[in-house]
Design a protein around this ligand. Structure first.
Ligand code: DC
Length: 225
């Protein structure tokens, strides 16, 4: 039997930082489902497929093979044999991902891969619908959020450290727009599972959030024994 910690929440809440660190401490794998959707979006951009054209996207799916590999830098997304990790974090890919991830056929395509990972490994998986759809029986579910301003501030800081100039109010606006889309789509919208633990990380350090989640996991497994 494998253990699963599902972490859902809006863009920029710190899910991947937290999930990666928890996986490292527990010796598990980290599954970043957003990266899988991003690889699909990259395929569409590269092939000139428009986000609005659901039927073109559906017919392209048969030409898309997504798999996952792990190396010293963590999860790598492989799109038709190519490691695309270096290309999936642009603003253009983020916007395309948010649009295409609303299509049921796109979600269906990735569901099998995500569930297989969780069957075969102890996993910390993050995304939008992990607790509600992908792993409804996860050992622990967490809904991690932070205020839009704080999320924008963190992203701004990330860019600054990479030497990229950006506009914090524009980042905040994009974050709010993306939340809106992710929360209001018909299929697998971002929402807190009823049995998910709610954590607002606006005023918490990474260490505090990591400790809190690991503590919750230990409590769960202790009380299940
Ligand atoms: O976590 P992220 O920013 O890499 O996610 C990119 C987009 O993918 C986001 O707009 C919502 C979508 N997504 C999703 O619909 N379901 C998931 N499980 C993960 C991400």
């Amino acid at each position: 039997m494998s253990f699963q910690i599902a972490i859902d929440g809006p863009a920029g809440a710190g899910k991947s930082t937290i999930a990666k660190e928890i996986a490292k401490r527990l010796g598990w794998i980290y599954a970043d489902t957003g990266a899988m959707y991003r690889a699909m979006a990259l395929y569409c951009i590269r092939n000139g497929i428009s986000a609005e054209n659901e039927s073109d996207i559906e017919s392209a799916l048969k030409n898309i093979d997504i798999s996952i590999a792990y190396n010293d830098d963590g999860q790598q997304v492989i799109l038709n044999g190519e490691n695309v990790n270096a290309f999936i974090r642009t603003g253009q890919v983020s916007a395309m991902t948010s649009s295409i991830s609303a299509y049921p056929a796109v979600r269906e395509k990735l569901l099998g891969l995500q569930r297989q990972l969780a069957r075969e490994h102890n996993v910390v998986m993050d995304g939008r619908d992990i607790g509600t759809c992908v792993l409804p029986d996860a050992t622990l579910k967490v809904y991690l959020t932070a205020s839009a301003f704080e999320r924008a501030r963190r992203r701004y800081e990330e860019y600054r450290q990479k030497g990229t100039d950006s506009d914090i109010s524009l980042i905040e606006k994009e974050i709010i727009e993306r939340d809106e889309k992710d929360m209001n789509r018909k299929i697998a919208p971002l929402k807190r599972a009823e049995d998910a633990e709610f954590i607002d990380s606006s005023d918490m350090s990474i260490e505090e959030v990591v400790e809190t989640v690991i503590g919750l996991f230990r409590d769960k497994t202790r009380s299940a024994r």
